[in-house]
Design a protein around this ligand. Sequence first.
Ligand SMILES: Nc1nc2c(ncn2[C@@H]2O[C@H](COP(=O)(O)OP(=O)(O)OP(=O)(O)O)[C@@H](O)[C@H]2O)c(=O)[nH]1
Ligand SMILES: [Mg+2]
Length: 736
Amino acid sequence: MSFIKIFKFAQKGSKKIKRAKGAAGPPPKWPEGTRVGVFGHENSGKTVFFTSLYTQSKTAGNFHISVRDNATANEFFRHDMAIKGVDVDSSGSGTIAAKSVPKRFPDPTVKDVVLQFTAILDGSKKIPVVTYDYNGKAASISDRSDEAEKIRDFMAGADGILFFFDPKVLAADPEVQARASSFINILEYIVPLKSRLPIPVGLVITKADILPGFTGEDKTILVRAEDEQVMAEDYEGFLEKVLEFDTLAGDREWASTVRNILVKLREFIRIVVGRTLDFQIFFVSSTGNKPEKIGVDVGRSIYAPPEKVNPCGVTEPFHWILKSIVRSQRLNVLRRVSGFVAVASIIWIFLYSLPFMIHFGGLLRSTYRVEDSVLESVEGNIDVISDAQKVDIVKAYKGYGKNFIVKKMFTEFHLTAGRMEDVYGGINLVPAVARLDSLIENMTRVISNPKQHPRYDQALETLILSDSHKSLVASLNKMHVGDKNDVVYLRSDRALRYWDLFTRYITNPADSATLEKINQDVNFNSKNAPNYDEYEAELGNALLGVLNIKAPHAAPSLRSVRANLDEYGQLKEQINNSTDPAFVLKEAAKKLEGIRANLSGGAGSDQAAAIGEFLAEAKQWEKERTYTCVLQNIPDMGHLHVEVTESGDGPTWSNETQLLEGDEIRLKWKPGDDVHLAFDELKHKCNWGNQPSDRVVFTDEYALFEMEGKVVFSNIGKTVTIGFKGGLKEKLPKLK
Ligand SMILES: Nc1nc2c(ncn2[C@@H]2O[C@H](COP(=O)(O)OP(=O)(O)OP(=O)(O)O)[C@@H](O)[C@H]2O)c(=O)[nH]1
Ligand SMILES: [Mg+2]
């Protein structure tokens, strides 16, 4: 509902209340149609105007009237006859004939009448018009009668208003002001002061024939279409511009008349200009020629219509106001449509953004909140998140991923949620444990090798740690956070404690209390500590070994250190000359472990350290690692497909990579994995490894080593040569 309508509605509401209090009857029900309000005081010329509008419309080119009801027809007819001086002579024989009687103007209106007719504009546009004639006394500003109320009610709901002003009152300034004020009241009744005027308003100066300088039709419309912008001026600007019009500039008499009227009516014009472009001033004469004064009644002179009645410009105000109404109705429809479009757009924008708001502002944020609070509790170290905390995060991502909006509209986020579930749920602490193992392994290496020990500066009484010592301790400290019962926390705690004891020993090797503590701790842990795995056991042993304390779980060896050192020497040669991974990484490593357990400090400490290093390196081979394989030679422009699978699995060939001579491929492999090679000859149709020209599968524990060098495809008699960056066999650990 527009503001104007609300305003009108409120006004009508207040009117109803007023009426109820005054008990003056229900508001009038006005007929449907385009309502044109003619607001004019007594004697302003309304009735004569309507009559001449009717007669004139019969000959006017752009404005016709077709009367719609009897009351209107009767009203027009009666007054037309009176003005023309025609009466009906009904003789006793029953014949009716027209007879000439003295011409006279209609009497002041007593009984109000709603006039209804169809106006035909410019020969085509038909508009059902409803207008109203009444006793103009009720239009007076001081009138509070029911008639006055009726007039206001009609005007308030009008689609356009014409203010009829009788120039005969111009000389009486108080009356001019009173009339202007009463019309301003009506306008305020329609819309508050200063708001845009929603309907066209015309000022109709009636009886223009009495005005000096009025010469007829050419003076009827004051502001031509091309000068319309003067309506946007304030009163002073309006007056100045109007008087500059060509039509006035060369016609001093008329200019002075117009100026006089505009000045006298300034309070009214001030109210209208600047608030609408739909304003116009008309000068009309319903009689054309001046009527003849024939007498005086109470307060007014009595005139007779002139000999020749020749209405001038009377159709113009109605033609203009109806056209303006049609135009503004079209504009209103457009405004309503654009309003509707604006509302629809806002609704659409809202509906469109709703899922985004729900997703980013709600679903995703609450999931992140769960994850963030966990990460905060472990100071950002993802590796030490407890199982319970992981469950929380996984649950949060699971719930998020299941949400309809996420699934349907944010598919990428849905996939990410799945990955996050895997990250937190699938790995089950393995990365943390594995990283910790490798840190412990590093510590074992440091402790096993006296060359890598920290140094104690006696003079400065300071323990000197190398960068790698520091980073080892820092990494362990990073894992030493979060849930205190968590396996990573407990194990990093023990490792740090071992390091602490170890550095205490370095600081003061003679302190038997430290040695005692180390001995006790390692022994205790090896039997009682939860999750005390082989890496920790190695570390404990290394600690005991270097301090010359016997490993707690090692069986006491009967063999002498010398014998072990001999065996060490033989093994060293074998290992360092061997290219057999099974021997170097398994068999020899096992033997070396046995030897180290039986090497007691002193004489065997270098060897024990070397064994420690060898074993640590050998252990690396047990993990899945990435190897860069180079296809050195592929005969006859064939190509190869390579895939590593778990032991016994068939290849999927899903990486869809053709390898040509000289190509490199990165393979992830660990002992036990199988290696599949597929050879496609030049003209063979490539199916990414499926249905190749020939294939070879290596299933040995160390399959990757079988692949290094020459690989024979016996069915087609082709041999390819494959190498590894840095060599594979060459990289096998050596014993120092
Ligand atoms: N000079 C001149 N006088 C006119 C013209 N039209 C009307 N009059 C005079 O104005 C008088 C009043 O005209 P009405 O049309 O009856 O005025 P009204 O506004 O209907 O008056 P109420 O019915 O009393 O409200 C007429 O009797 C004429 O004397 C006109 O075009 N020229
Ligand atoms: Mg009248």
